[in-house]
Write a protein that binds this ligand. Structure first.
Ligand code: CUO
Length: 673
């Protein structure tokens, strides 16, 4: 789509770029007049492009236009880092637009989209600019390739006016004979995959402006956000009669989970490669990707990281040791493990987590003899579809837990909030007291922008996802200090029994704790009833923001409200706030704690920023808004003598046993819900 506007589009307006002649690649130069009328035929306005002195784009142009692009491949990361620098370095918007117009015909579209998105997120003059959601620009990364054939058919038959939606089937990647398929609705959820892509967009690995990478507690958030994904996935598995995910800790062992993605890359015109059951990761030698790495490298990096944890100190490039302290150790480890350019010693600790993705994603063609590209694990927009993603991240998390296990247990002085007592927590909603209700819901997304065929226009796709009834938390808090107080309310949930029905010991249960919400509240002297809507969760973003549903878009296009709405795409999708539960009611425990806001808070102005999914995403351009360790108070083992969650409780905490009641029925998403 050479003249499809890359980011200047407002609302449904179509525009085309009036390109200087030297912006056309050689093969199109002779046709430049024809092309501008061909692509401009449905434009509502023409944007003149400034004829700028072009920066050096040699490195990013080394990636072939029609190849796949992976953030996890070091060479691709460098190319992307360079392109981000170019976009960040443009003097003003017009220059940025000009260089984008030039790039659009030459730079790999996936890399272009990623780098431009990073730049738009970080440039002061583009914050709040409209960017189409990835499901619109690259819908092929999110759904069954059959959808596109149907979409083409529909758009050719119905050339104008409303078109009937294309149905994306549920559970299309495997049959019921594959037990892992029971949680495919989680792995393949469009919103979950969009969240993951956005997270890695907000936290890029590479750029010469270190500030883009070096965000407040970035390494710790890498640990925590992915730890929460595993906790959520485990709860989901347990609701579906599957055991907790087993760590992928033996790199030499055949991998029992196969995965056949059924995705087709529209850019590369290739099917995403599958991984057969029993595959083994192998040494990589792929000159085309400039990758030569042995499985033993992964083991060496792993051993060195574990050694650092055992020593409570990492080795610096100058040969000195740097202590992993209680407050910042996890952040240092997160950066080393991920790794990004802010790893304290990349030559020594390597690139463990990223290369794990790469080894897994090339297990079908480690030496490129079959000219195959990477599997879904190679792309942050698709990785969460693969069951092995969770096994890999469960192992990564396990290594972080080795560090957490060495930290001192929280003393009562850290946990208590003297004079504040949480008398009870309850859940109230349509499903009845202390019952969460879930069901299937059918929603519609517009694929129009990502479909590269005429006649143009909206092409709707209908898909089915998990949903829950909204509810309120009602927390009774007694303030006996005699003064006004400010508290931070922390709400978690976890399964109560293991796969065999045995009650979970505290140390297992704490790792399964799912953060549901965190917010501050004023507490008057005496009894306070704190009511909080599920919709206000600090973990999730609203359904409409996940999908940027134009129909539900608030404010006028271009308004500040619409701008914030467009850009804050990072956040767990609200429709996946709760695990699915079971038709008989899955037992879970709900936990609430009120901690002292004076010990938690960060003094900063957060008005007008993306701050409503801060728990997993942080706040744009701000510090992480909670001074405590992420996951507090469950991020580390408790002191001896705490064997159950009950033993852990202090007066400022409360628990309630609840059920998640799943109804196996599909409802249409209500309009403007
Ligand atoms: Cu998000 Cu492994 O980091 O995918």
């Amino acid at each position: 789509r050479p003249t499809e506007p890359c980011f200047m589009q407002k609302g449904e307006e179509r525009a085309c770029f009036d390109l200087p002649d030297n912006f056309y690649p050689d093969k199109y130069k002779a046709l430049s007049n024809t092309l501008s009328s061909r692509f401009g035929s449905d434009a509502q306005r023409t944007i003149p492009v400034r004829n700028i002195a072009l920066p050096n784009l040699q490195l990013p142009m080394e990636l072939p236009y029609n190849d796949q692009f992976s953030l996890f491949i070091p060479k691709h990361r460098q190319m992307a880092g360079k392109l981000i620098d170019v976009f960040m370095g443009m003097r003003d918007l017009e220059d940025l637009q000009s260089v984008c117009s030039f790039c659009q015909l030459r730079i790999n579209p996936y890399m272009f989209n990623y780098c431009l998105s990073v730049a738009l997120l970080h440039r002061p003059d583009t914050k709040g600019m409209n960017l189409p959601t990835l499901t619109e620009t690259f819908p092929d990364k999110f759904m069954d390739s059959k959808v596109f054939r149907h979409a083409r058919e529909v758009s050719n038959v119905v050339t104008t006016g409303p078109r009937m939606p294309v149905i994306i089937p549920q559970n299309y990647t495997a049959s019921d004979s594959e037990p892992e398929q029971r949680v495919a609705y989680f792995r393949e959820d469009i919103g979950i995959n969009l969240h993951h892509w956005h997270w890695h967009l907000v936290y890029p690995f590479d750029a010469s402006d270190r500030a883009i990478v070096n965000k407040d507690r970035r390494g710790e958030l890498f640990y925590y956000m992915h730890q929460q994904i595993i906790a959520r996935y485990n709860a989901e598995r347990m609701c579906n009669n599957l055991g907790r995910v087993t760590r992928f800790n033996n790199f030499r062992e055949p991998i029992s989970e196969g995965y056949f993605p059924k995705l087709n890359s529209q850019v590369a015109s290739r099917t995403w490669p599958p991984r057969f059951t029993g595959s083994i990761i192998q040494d990589l030698d792929r000159p085309v990707d400039q990758i030569k790495s042995e499985v033993s490298d992964l083991e060496t990096w792993r051993d060195r990281i574990i050694q650092a944890i055992e020593n409570n100190a990492i080795l610096l490039p100058n040969g000195r040791q740097m202590a992993l302290d209680e407050e910042t150790g996890i952040d240092v480890l997160g950066n080393i493990m991920e790794s990004s350019i802010i790893s304290r010693n990349r030559p020594y600790y390597g690139d463990m987590h990223n290369m794990g993705h790469v080894f897994i994603s090339y297990s079908h063609d480690p030496d490129h003899r079959n000219l195959e590209q990477f599997g879904v694990m190679g792309d942050s927009a698709t990785a969460m579809r693969d069951p092995l993603f969770y096994r890999w991240h469960a192992y990564v998390d396990d290594i972080f837990q080795l560090h957490k296990n060495k930290l001192p247990a929280y003393g009562n002085n850290k946990l208590e909030f003297p004079g504040i007592r949480v008398a009870s927590i309850a859940v109230e909603g349509k499903a009845g007291r202390n019952t969460f209700a879930t069901h299937w819901e059918q929603s519609t997304v517009d694929l129009g922008r990502g479909l590269d065929f005429t006649p143009r226009g909206s092409v709707l796709a209908r898909f089915t996802h998990l949903q829950h009834e909204e509810f309120n938390y009602v927390i009774q808090v007694n303030n006996i200090t005699g003064r006004n107080a400010m508290g931070t309310v922390r709400i978690f949930m976890a399964p109560t029994v293991d796969e065999n029905g045995t009650p979970l010991p505290f140390d297992d249960q704490r790792k399964l704790m799912i953060e549901l919400d965190k917010f501050s509240t004023a507490l008057r002297p005496g009894m306070n009833t704190v009511t909080r809507r599920s919709l206000d969760s600090s973990v999730t973003i609203p359904y409409e923001r996940t999908f940027r549903n134009q129909a539900n878009r608030p404010g006028d296009p271009g308004s500040a409200e619409a701008a914030a709405f467009d850009f804050c795409g990072c956040g767990w999708p609200h429709h996946m706030l709760l695990p699915k539960g079971t038709t008989t009611g899955y037992p879970i425990v709900l936990f609430a704690m009120v901690s002292n806001w004076a010990d938690d808070s960060i003094k900063q102005d957060t008005v007008g920023t993306c701050n409503d999914a801060a728990s997993y995403c942080g706040i744009r351009d701000r510090r992480y808004p909670d001074r405590r360790a992420m996951g507090f108070p469950f991020d580390r083992p408790a002191h001896k003598g705490v064997n159950t969650l009950n033993d852990f409780l202090l007066p400022n905490m409360a628990i309630t046993n609840c059920r998640i009641q799943f109804t196996n029925a599909t409802r249409e998403r209500p309009k403007q819900a």
